[in-house]
Ligand binder design. Structure first.
Ligand SMILES: [Zn+2]
Length: 159
């Protein structure tokens, strides 16, 4: 039995609006994987750690799965956004290596925000029920840091 089948019950499969079947695994608070088919990429769940601060394990798992799925749901927009930025860098001829790096990090921060927006959009008012009685601070840090990094990417590329 391979590793995938062994942990098969932890895998969640969902179809995106554009027909891609995303696979997510939230085994615990420090082990997340996401991908397509059998290609699952493990990553440190830093963003979910911050966003789900104070939530119980069930809520943590549910919202984290929605967030990982959100990354797939917004993939076409992020792809377009990245192509647009790539074209701009190419045409403007003014971007340094550091600027390109900053833009790439900025694109990732934008992707995180869109993924979390898709969580809010998909569950609507239930989002605030999950967070009833839980400090706003970690989420406020997430939104301001991610917005700052996205904007910072543009500023770094511009100067
Ligand atoms: Zn994320």
């Amino acid at each position: 039995m391979n590793a995938l089948a062994e942990h098969g019950d932890a895998l969640v499969r969902r179809r995106t609006w554009f027909g891609l079947t995303a696979v997510m695994e939230i085994r615990n608070r420090s082990w997340h994987r996401a991908g397509v088919g059998r290609v699952l990429i493990a990553h440190p769940p830093a963003v979910n750690w911050l966003l789900r601060f104070g939530l119980n394990n069930d809520s943590y798992r549910q919202l984290s799965i929605l967030h990982e799925f959100g990354h797939f749901q917004v993939l076409p927009f992020i792809a377009l956004y990245s192509i647009g930025i790539g074209a701009w860098i190419f045409l403007a001829h003014k971007t340094s290596f550091i600027g390109i790096l900053a833009i790439l990090v900025g694109i990732h921060a934008t992707w995180e925000m869109l993924a979390e927006l898709s969580v809010r959009f998909s569950i609507g008012p239930r989002y605030s029920i999950y967070y009833k009685g839980i400090s706003m601070l970690p989420r406020a840090i997430f939104w301001s840091v991610m917005a700052g990094i996205s904007l910072g990417g543009w500023i770094m590329a511009w100067v």
